[in-house]
Ligand binder design. Structure first.
Ligand SMILES: *Cc1c(COP(=O)(O)O)cnc(C)c1O
Length: 432
């Protein structure tokens, strides 16, 4: 980044500082990961200059011969990764992918049944502060108080009473897998569309370590930057391009089309302008990486690390929502430790350990305070940490949380964090 340093040392300096922060923090935010240098190089390319509204072979601009090939490669690799018939790699983010889902399957005022935000759901699944909750009539299901797992009887009861137009699955803070078969049976019974948002678990699903939603859902949306470890972005997929038997029509022509056509137009021109071809190239690179056998090894390690971290926390008397984990994250209810999520997050940040405060089911605190923290293994597993390292991290976290006000303890732990990070180098190419 020599040129940037010469021309704009202020921005360069801040990127350098952020690189340093990423290199020397223990990054445990469950939605984050470290993209490879190849992914970052593709994102930093001249493809950012290109307007390419439309799809490969059907663009509204000239000069698309190379971006067409790039986008086709991204689509083909994504299809191979998920055994999908159709994908759209253009959504700028997870939220944008979800906007296209709503535009396709719902009309303003239609009813949605989704997972409660405070039980692990996402803002775009009907929260009153999000377009989804503003535009549609959102209702929620949640987890059982005792089990911490989604209560399928509650889903069925609510679905029967409400007759929602769409049921959403998917979460940002849920540690168990989903039973798509049962969801699909409920959706079929009440005549609802079924949508899975696999933003968090896309990498684990690609590695076939979690159940596959594609055979059961009308549509699947995702981000590409979480467990999937690509550039920041979104994507839409269809397991099979089901015939549109319910006769949903295209907004302008009124013609009945297949889901793939309706979703393509919901992305563009429905909710977006020109696609980010530099990010799409980076997606293609990341999907290429995900098709390699060592990606499965990585995802297995992500899960194993989360399991051993969970077991260690429980050994130290921490209360895990649902009593464990089947995926890449653990959710800790700190109430028995007399702590809030806010206090824990801030104390850990001073010790160079990054986690996020998180609502736990039936939380008694506000979203700004919360009773929990969410801890994920994808990012540090990318750096090469194994089971023993994660158990050591749990010890460090416990040391900080036992004395959340002690700056001495935080400084001492920060020293250990630095030593650990030095053993697992990350990025050197900003200054190199
Ligand atoms: C992260 C996430 C999103 C949003 O993705 P952005 O890229 O931040 O817009 C949507 N749904 C779920 C379930 C998520 O976890």
């Amino acid at each position: 980044m020599k040129k940037l340093n010469e021309q704009d040392p202020e921005i360069f300096g801040l990127i350098e500082k952020e690189t340093e922060r990423q290199n020397f923090n223990i990054e445990l935010i469950a939605s984050e990961n470290f993209a490879s240098r190849a992914v970052i190089e593709a994102m930093g390319s001249c493809l950012t200059n290109k307007y390419a509204e439309g799809l490969p072979g059907k663009r509204y601009y000239g000069g698309c011969q190379y971006v067409d090939i790039i986008e086709d490669l991204a689509r083909d690799r994504a299809k191979a990764l998920y055994n999908a018939d159709w994908v759209n790699v253009q959504p700028h983010s997870g939220a944008q992918a979800n906007a296209a889902v709503y535009l396709t399957f719902m009309k303003p005022g239609d009813k949605l049944l989704g997972l409660d935000l405070s039980h692990g759901g996402h803002l775009t699944h009907g929260s009153p502060v999000n377009f989804s909750g503003i535009t549609y009539e959102a209702h929620f299901y949640g987890v059982g108080k005792e089990t911490g797992r989604i209560d399928m009887d509650l889903v069925r009861d609510k679905a029967r009473k409400l007759k929602p137009r769409m049921i959403s699955i998917g979460a940002s803070a849920y540690t168990r897998d989903f039973n798509y078969e049962v969801f699909a049976a409920i959706a079929d019974e009440v005549g609802a569309f079924l949508w899975m948002d696999m933003a968090h678990t896309a990498g684990l699903i690609a590695a076939k370590l979690l159940n596959d939603p594609l055979p059961y859902c009308n549509v699947v949306s995702t981000t590409t930057h979480k467990t999937l470890r690509g550039p920041r972005g979104g994507m839409l997929l269809l397991g099979r391009d089901r015939e549109n038997t319910l006769g949903v029509v295209a907004p302008k022509s009124g013609r009945v089309k297949n889901w793939s056509e309706l979703l393509d137009s919901a992305v563009f021109p429905g909710t977006q302008g020109g696609p980010l071809e530099h990010v799409i190239a980076a997606k293609a690179v990341a999907f290429g990486e995900a098709l390699q056998p060592d990606f499965i090894t990585y995802q297995k390690q992500v899960m194993e690390n989360a399991k051993s971290m969970g077991a260690k926390f429980m050994e130290l008397g921490y209360d895990l929502v649902s009593g464990g984990t089947d995926n890449h994250l653990v959710l800790i209810d700190l109430r028995n430790k007399g702590l809030t999520g806010k206090i824990a997050e801030e104390a850990l940040e001073r010790a160079e350990i990054t986690v996020n405060k998180n609502m736990v089911p039936f939380d008694t605190q506000s979203p700004f305070v919360t009773s929990g923290i969410r801890i994920g293994t994808p990012a540090m597993t990318t750096r090469g940490l194994g089971k023993a390292d994660f158990e050591h991290i749990v010890q460090l976290i416990d040391t900080v949380l036992q004395n959340p006000d002690s700056e001495d303890v935080q400084a001492k732990v920060a020293g250990e964090v630095r030593a650990m990070c030095e053993r697992f180098p990350l990025y050197d190419f900003v200054t190199a």
